[in-house]
Design a protein around this ligand. Structure first.
Ligand SMILES: [Zn+2]
Length: 321
């Protein structure tokens, strides 16, 4: 028996066939496709094709999907997903269940990634954990007492939208001074282009041209000793340090996992710098806090979506009738 997990990203769909048995999780097969732009029906069609490409639904118990944005995991409805251009609620779980003739569980992609790192990655075996995905935005998920903490509105763990400088730089969410404003790849790109235009030339803009300033471009510019890249990453590390330190003190955590596109690309040395940045701001200087690099990379979303589907069905079985 297997579960299929699908990570629905703004640019690509990553799928995995996963054997979830007891404590161990094995990825049996994987595949990916570009995310089609536009209507939800096109996404449903592409996921259906991906599921068949992965070997179809024989022996598959359920399909889990991790979707970006706000998701009601109980109904499988994507409430809004700016990365997909969906501003109105989309009953993605229902649409996919109809198209596939299978049980489908939809959850937020960051929750799925958090569950994966907790179950099978760098957070394995830990009871309390904050997982931070440092990429285009800054996402986060929280495990407390061994279980994913969602909160009544579903945004527990959203470290990227905690305030590190009141009234500071604008954030993609419409507010100001959030961790993501200073650390998210999109915020860094905006700031680099601004400084370049104001007469501070930077290799970041020269390497990216008019294209997206990808994580590897930040890594290259740092290697080249680019002054703007160094200054922006210093600010990013400080913002992550301040946000994570506040969370660690509030919740008394001793472990944080740091991954995501930028976290993975800038590597263990940068994760070490973030750990130092957190540590220097902690209330309890004796804290045993460790910040560990994430270990599942790109696969964490798909793997986590399969585990979330597995756990949702297991929970349902335990509901007294
Ligand atoms: Zn924000």
């Amino acid at each position: 028996l297997a579960w299929i997990g699908v990570d629905l990203g703004g640019t690509k769909l990553q799928g995995a066939v996963v054997d979830v048995r007891g404590g161990d999780v094995d990825v049996l097969r994987g595949g990916r496709r570009p995310t089609p732009p536009g209507e939800p029906a096109a996404v449903v069609q592409t996921i259906t094709e991906l599921v068949h490409e992965l070997g179809g639904l024989d022996d598959v118990v359920a399909v889990g999907v991790g979707a970006p944005g706000a998701v009601d995991h109980r109904t499988g409805t994507v409430l809004q997903a700016p990365n997909l251009g969906w501003s109105d609620p989309v009953p993605l779980g229902e649409m996919l269940a109809d198209a596939l003739g299978a049980t489908v569980v939809v959850d937020n992609d960051v929750n799925a990634g958090t569950v994966a790192e907790h179950h099978q990655g760098s957070g394995r075996g830990l009871r309390d954990l904050l997982v931070v995905f440092w990429g285009t935005g800054v996402g986060g998920g929280l495990v407390l007492d061994g279980r994913l903490r969602r909160g009544p509105a579903g945004y527990a763990g959203e470290i990227g939208h905690t305030v590190v400088r009141d009234g500071g730089r604008p954030c993609g969410c419409g507010h100001r001074g959030h961790v993501e404003s200073y650390a998210g790849r999109a915020g860094l790109e905006r700031e680099a282009r601004l400084r370049h235009a104001q007469g501070e030339p930077t290799a970041l803009v020269e390497l990216a041209g008019s294209g997206r300033m990808r994580s590897r471009i930040f890594a290259r510019a740092l290697d080249m000793g680019d002054a703007v890249a160094i200054a922006l990453l210093d600010e990013a590390v400080a913002a992550l340090g301040a946000g994570i330190a506040s969370a660690v003190t509030l919740l008394d955590l001793d472990a944080v996992v740091l991954g995501g596109g930028l976290g993975d690309r800038l590597g263990a040395a940068m994760v070490g710098r973030v750990e130092e940045s957190v540590r220097s701001r902690l209330f309890a200087s004796s804290s045993a806090l460790r910040v560990r690099p994430a270990s599942l990379g790109d696969l964490s979303g798909a793997l986590g979506a399969a585990i979330v589907a597995h756990d949702a069905l297991a929970d349902r079985v335990h509901v007294p009738r």
